[in-house]
Design a protein around this ligand. Structure first.
Ligand SMILES: [Zn+2]
Length: 244
């Protein structure tokens, strides 16, 4: 309740006059409804994120998350969301966070500003047509960024979320390798990128969740990760969450 009130107070002036906006230190808070009840400045938190889905491999990951009462963040390709609506709705109902990962997965640095806007906006509409909610998180394909990308995402009402740990599951099709690569480098606040588009990623997830929890980590969505540390702001780039 306190979080929602604070967000509202910040949002109203920012949506008003230029003078009021200038008094707000950051762009408006977004995704503030996901209070996890844990402060990641005091506890060790990590966020598992999955890109490029949904695909035929997504359901297995969702079953694991449900079975283990864990949540994750999924960055969806718009047409995939339309093709695998049931999986998107399952993510939504499970409390997973859902972000925008464009329509056609281009390298945004290589296309026109108008096409960048289209890739973000059209995917947001496709996702919203399934969940009823516009995503507030955006992840650029390949992590490819230039100055236009946060600006475009911000205009579309989204924060830009990258990662600071990749086990390169797109290259290493080996669940044991994926698990070892994550555990060797994970630290409090880490945002881990995986992909629900390869058959070798879902088998890594159960052990990964168990091993992270055994090391004392709380698994949160990206908005939850930042909820106690000022939240997420549209047009701002995030690669790593808060840590003790
Ligand atoms: Zn991708």
């Amino acid at each position: 309740m306190a979080v929602a009130s604070a967000a509202l107070l910040l949002f109203i002036p920012a949506a008003g006059t230029a003078t009021a906006t200038a008094a707000v230190p950051h762009p408006p808070l977004i995704g503030t409804t996901h209070n996890p009840g844990v402060d990641c400045r005091a506890a060790s938190c990590v966020a598992l994120t999955f890109d490029d889905g949904p695909t035929q491999y997504t359901a297995a990951i969702l079953s694991t998350l449900e079975h283990k009462h864990a949540v994750a963040t999924f960055f969806l390709i718009g047409p995939h969301a339309l093709q695998y609506r049931a999986d998107v709705l399952r993510e939504y109902r499970d409390g997973d966070a859902i972000g925008d990962h464009t329509v056609s997965h281009p390298r945004l640095t290589l296309i026109s500003a108008a096409r960048v806007d289209h890739e973000i906006e059209a995917a947001a509409r496709q996702i919203a047509s399934v969940t009823g909610h516009r995503p507030v998180l955006f992840r650029p394909p390949f992590g490819a960024l230039d100055a236009r990308v946060p600006k475009a995402a911000g205009s579309a009402g989204m924060a830009v979320v990258l990662w600071n740990l990749s086990p390169q599951d797109w290259k290493h099709h080996d669940p044991a390798f994926i698990e070892r690569a994550v555990l060797a480098r994970v630290r409090p606040g880490t945002i881990i990128v995986l992909h629900d588009r390869y058959p070798t990623t879902p088998p890594a997830v159960p052990h990964l969740i168990d091993a992270l929890r055994a090391r004392g980590y709380r698994l949160l969505t990206v908005p939850q990760l930042f909820a106690s540390a000022g939240g997420l702001h549209r047009g701002v780039l995030y690669k790593q969450g808060p840590s003790p």
